[in-house]
Design a protein around this ligand. Sequence first.
Ligand SMILES: Cc1ncc(C[n+]2csc(CCOP(=O)(O)OP(=O)(O)O)c2C)c(N)n1
Ligand SMILES: [Mg+2]
Length: 694
Amino acid sequence: MVASDQATLTGQQVQLLSINTIRTLSIDAVQKANSGHPGAPMGLAPVVYELWQNFLRYDPKDPLWPNRDRFVLSAGHASMLLYSMLYLAGVKGANANREIVNTPAVSLDDIKRFRQLDSNTPGHPEYGLTTGIETTTGPLGQGVGTSVGMAIASKWLAARYNRPGFEIFNYNIYVICSDGDMMEGVGSEAASLAGHLRLSNLCWIYDSNNVTLDGPAGWSFNEDVGERFRAYGWNVLHVTDANDLNALNKAFSSFAKTGDKPTFIIVNSHIGYGAPHKQDTNAAHGEPLGEEEVRLAKKSYGWPEDAKFLVPDGVLEHFQEGIGKRSGDLRDKWTKLYAGYRNQHAELAGQIECMQRRDLPAGWDKNMPGFPADAKGLATRESSGKVLNALAQNIPWLLGGAADLATSNKTDLKFEGAGTFAPDNYGGRNFHFGVREHGMAAALNGMAVSDLRPFGGTFFNFSDYMRPSIRLAALMEIPVVYVFTHDSIGLGEDGPTHQPIEQLASLRAMPGLILIRPGDANEVVEAWKIAVQSRKAPVALVLTRQALPTLDRSKFAPASGVQKGAYVLADAPGGKPDVILMATGSEVSLCVSAYEQLVKDGVNARVVSMPCWDIFEKQSDDYKKQVLPPNVTARVAVEMASTFGWSQYAGPSGVVIGMHRFGASAPIKDLLKKFGFTTENVVAAARQAIARTK
Ligand SMILES: Cc1ncc(C[n+]2csc(CCOP(=O)(O)OP(=O)(O)O)c2C)c(N)n1
Ligand SMILES: [Mg+2]
């Protein structure tokens, strides 16, 4: 054997050794945890190996490098695949201040604590918990959906910030997805949107292994997925054997060369590859292999059968010589480039760094509209549109759109230079997400984890279509803003299919989401200020279709009270109320009208505007007691929605005026009368509450 053959052979051996290390680490971790899915990591190990070692531009020494390629494991149940890679590639950890630290992102000990309490290797990859996890995945379809937003962000950053000679941003997004991702509706919305937008920096690798949890994928899924993606406008490639590194290499090279559309690589794999007894059965991925199967699998890999968590000599070095060296060189080059960029384009660099810190630029709140008292007033969606347009002129990376309702949601950015995001204008800031609420919400997550400040609008009722992605935004603690308009039966004639009832209660129940339902235009200003200043929480703005009076703030408390979640808007003479009227949104002015009637009748009433329960709950006990004195138990809560949750503020003697059924199609004035949202009814409820406490 000649020396060069020997070298090639050794090269192949170390490749296989490395791939099998990915597999056996996953097997051992799942077995030790006695929980998890080893099958997908076993089948996909060569795919991820080839991608990371030879293509992914990801420097393990700087997992926060802004121009790194993003790797998304949409098949989040295969989490051990990713943890193995983070460990084997030697990815360093980072702290909450975005500083690289000297501990690894994932250590071998972390892998041994897979799925255990307080480990950084939870069952499914969690953004913010483990360095190197670019987005939380697990609910199938979310990773692919989020990846579209990441690809949008990469294109947008390039269009806005690259300058001749300074290609600061050109990173790609790689996604591993599975049959489940292909079946989920959000995956289709995302693929359709990505194809339409011609996101050539996006590569989905579809693990077509013909099996899902219940059994053969064919029990429920038989369409030609490749044809579907061709129809969406993707570059569709096929690798018929997941173990064929050359074919994978060719496919990734084709992606790199494709400049006008996203790439979809179908890879045929065998789940649980190397575990002959369970190959092609569901048992290989829904649960650990079992000790006996583990031994058989290891035997087929030529592994010592009883070795556990074995990382053979040479494997870590192999990754250092591959992804480590290749990407390290790229990152060094970029760092030099960026230093020059900073010199020549200091202002742009300042913006880039500002957004990375989730800071707002100086003067972010200048030229905010103020709204004079006006009995006729305007809809909160209208004032929202005005405030948003002011803010967006001050915050260059505040951008977004709506799911085909921009003119209803008032989310259009109308100022000069805002532009529309499109294949021929990736620097645009108005997005047409189409009638794809779920796809939009997932994309917003991808934009937010890419340091942009995205917003997305639809009718409040259709927040239900976005909920799984909103939930992930809350779990990931990322600052997405939702602009939900048409927020109650007050939308009128569109009727019960469009009138939200339970959405307020159900979104208030979601941990981490800040829901604000402002009561007039000036509360909208405050609500938007909270939204853009939020660094670690998504914010839902819940806004009306119908006009609301703009309250006279010389008579009532200033709208800045919104910053505390709830505040005394109109107090009882002497500050000693007989009854407290509480409301959010459009019902605040209704309560004010009832208040005026009551005061005229000699009843000491107080009005509390409660636009945000979440923020109110975070106030001191003292403040809460000031707003809702415990000894004032005569209380009335008014909200044109499910009453669920209001009893905590109304108390046992309180009266809650809300909705106990779906709405109806009719002009608003008839609906308000039918469902009791009238001044007389609120006044009567106040008297009833007072009577109850006597
Ligand atoms: C939205 C959602 N529904 C259900 C599940 C539970 N689940 C986990 S894996 C899986 C299917 C696995 O099949 P596939 O996507 O083909 O992945 P493979 O097992 O082939 O790796 C299901 C239904 C989930 N994670 N997300
Ligand atoms: Mg499958």
